[in-house]
Design a binder for this molecule. Structure first.
Ligand SMILES: Nc1ncnc2c1ncn2[C@@H]1O[C@H](COP(=O)(O)OP(=O)(O)O)[C@@H](O)[C@H]1O
Ligand SMILES: [Mg+2]
Length: 217
């Protein structure tokens, strides 16, 4: 299966959540996890390479997907379908851009996880992104996660935004709060604090995935 972390805006926490999710699931699931870094900046991949010095066993392999040249992962369409039909958990981390190279992946992902914040700009780009998915006629199930959520802040547009978002997919009830511990995440482990920061959100996410496609992740 394919789970893709994507949205149009950079800095919303895609890579952080993708790392945290891959780490979290590897502690809970017997499935093999493969991560694909589809962002030109390759932050997930570089982090994973740097974490070599930690001398902690790898939880998963991370592969770079090259954009727009013949070395592209999906030389033919079959490869993408193989990933989709595999029992492995294939996690994709995307850049914050509406890139035509992403079209096939966005169409054929089983789930697209979309982190968002309640700033005006994030709200707008989230809706632009969802509209883009609509134009692609992507059948992927959309899951929205409130990212970098500030507990002490009163988000005036939250109720209206939530109503709008729920028209397009599943909104995870528990936010991922803004936490310093998530800024130092590595690809080999989750500290107790980091696990605590994501567990309610990811448990809900996993429960939703399991229920939707009738599997045990
Ligand atoms: N929940 C969070 N709490 C605090 N900082 C966060 C959180 N999520 C992400 N960040 C920080 O925000 C910045 C952007 O996050 P990143 O995951 O790289 O976003 P994206 O991949 O969408 O561009 C990074 O500096 C990251 O450490
Ligand atoms: Mg990123």
């Amino acid at each position: 299966m394919i789970i893709t972390f994507a949205t149009q805006k950079g800095g919303t926490g895609k890579t952080t959540l993708a790392i945290a999710f891959a780490n979290y699931v590897s502690g809970h699931s017997k499935r093999r996890i493969n991560v694909y870094d589809f962002d030109d900046q390759k932050s997930f991949y570089y982090k994973w390479t740097e974490d070599e010095v930690l001398e902690i066993p790898k939880l998963y392999e991370v592969t770079i997907v090259k954009n727009g040249n013949e070395e592209q992962l999906f030389k033919d369409f079959e490869e993408l379908i193989d990933l989709k039909e595999s029992d492995d958990l294939n996690v994709f981390d995307l850049a914050g851009a509406l890139d035509a190279n992403y079209s096939d992946l966005l169409i054929y992902s089983d789930f697209i996880v979309i982190p968002f914040e309640y700033s005006d700009i994030s709200v707008k780009s989230t809706l632009v992104f969802v509209n883009f998915l609509g134009l692609l006629e992507s059948q992927a199930d959309r899951i929205f996660i409130r990212s970098k959520y500030d507990k002490g802040y009163k988000y005036l547009n939250q109720a209206a935004m939530d109503t709008e978002i729920m028209r397009y997919g599943f909104l995870v009830n528990s936010p991922v709060y803004k936490r310093n511990c998530l800024q130092t995440i590595d690809t080999r482990s989750l500290t107790y604090e980091q696990k605590y920061a994501v567990k309610n959100t990811f448990n809900e996410l996993i429960e939703y995935i399991n229920k939707t496609i009738n599997i045990e992740l």
